[in-house]
Ligand binder design. Structure first.
Ligand code: APR
Length: 254
């Protein structure tokens, strides 16, 4: 394990330059520097202030659809004001440099796509999209009637955010692509995730099992830390751009 203050290990830089297939898993930590709160930070995390069982389950929505809709509307607004940060941009650059690159994200904020990343696999949906609670199909347009949440123009059911709540299954095609990318990569990065929420949290371990080099970027330890080949302690917005500079411009700070 090395600290970010050290030089990046030469074998990591070589592996990055030589990599043919790279998979990256991101969590809310990568958007923290864009001003989007994480979930489990003891002070600023969303789950420090709100209870997931009141806001992020199908049962919560059935009990109080207005509360849940309004909470997501608040988060949607917050995300719309946020801008991608240098860590998001570094991943765009990485995608440009590498032959095969998959960006698997648990984030629902769409900041990777807004930064310019192309091959993004969204495991937990996207807060900017809406779907019908009853029919589970995407809805793009509806007539505002003053009712909260609005109603589905097809069936009259409530509309809900197109995100994955606790107790729900992940979109099968996205999970399949994420598993395939994790199992076939030679280098896997886990960035800004507490590695606690499954099945996303199992992806770095899938990569390890198949012999990939696994790198964690996080200021704090997680259940992956002890198993990762390299742990780069620090904020993604500091570590990622420095790592790219070290790999391709030869700037490896001492
Ligand atoms: N750079 C990198 N990592 C950071 C930064 C930063 N600037 N700031 C915080 N982190 C790390 C924290 O140390 C923590 O390990 O990001 C991680 C955020 O963890 P969580 O809040 O648990 O977020 P995440 O892993 O994305 O949560 C997974 O849980 O509630 C659900 O559906 C939600 O997708 C989410 C899932």
């Amino acid at each position: 394990m090395n600290s970010f203050a050290d030089r990046f290990p030469q074998n990591l830089l070589d592996a990055l330059r030589k990599a043919r297939r790279v998979a990256v898993l991101t969590g809310s930590g990568i958007s923290a520097e864009s001003g989007v709160p994480t979930f489990r930070d003891a002070q600023t995390g969303l789950w420090a202030k709100f209870k997931p069982e009141d806001l992020a389950t199908p049962e919560a929505f059935q009990r109080n659809p207005k509360l849940v809709w309004d909470w997501y509307a608040w988060r949607r607004e917050l995300v719309s004001q946020a801008q991608p940060n240098v860590a998001h941009l570094a991943l765009v650059e990485l995608e440009r440099r590498l032959p095969q690159f998959s960006l698997i994200t648990q984030n629902v904020d769409g900041l990777h796509q807004r930064a310019g990343s192309r091959n993004v696999i969204e495991l937990h949906g996207n807060i900017t999209r809406t779907k019908c609670f009853e029919e589970d199909i995407p809805v793009e347009k509806w007539t505002a009637s003053g009712e909260t949440p609005p109603r589905c123009p097809r069936c009259g059911g409530h509309l809900r955010p197109d995100v994955v709540w606790f107790g729900e299954t992940l979109p099968p095609a996205a999970l399949e692509r994420a598993l395939a990318a994790s199992r076939s990569c030679d280098l896997f990065f886990s960035i800004g995730t507490s590695t606690l929420v499954h099945p996303a949290a199992s992806l770095p371990f899938e990569a390890l099992q198949r012999g990939a080099i696994v790198v964690e970027i996080n200021p704090d330890p997680t259940p992956l830390t002890a198993r990762a080949h390299h742990t780069l302690r620090g904020a993604a917005g500091e570590v990622l751009p420095a790592l790219l500079r070290a790999a391709w411009s030869g700037e490896n700070a001492s």
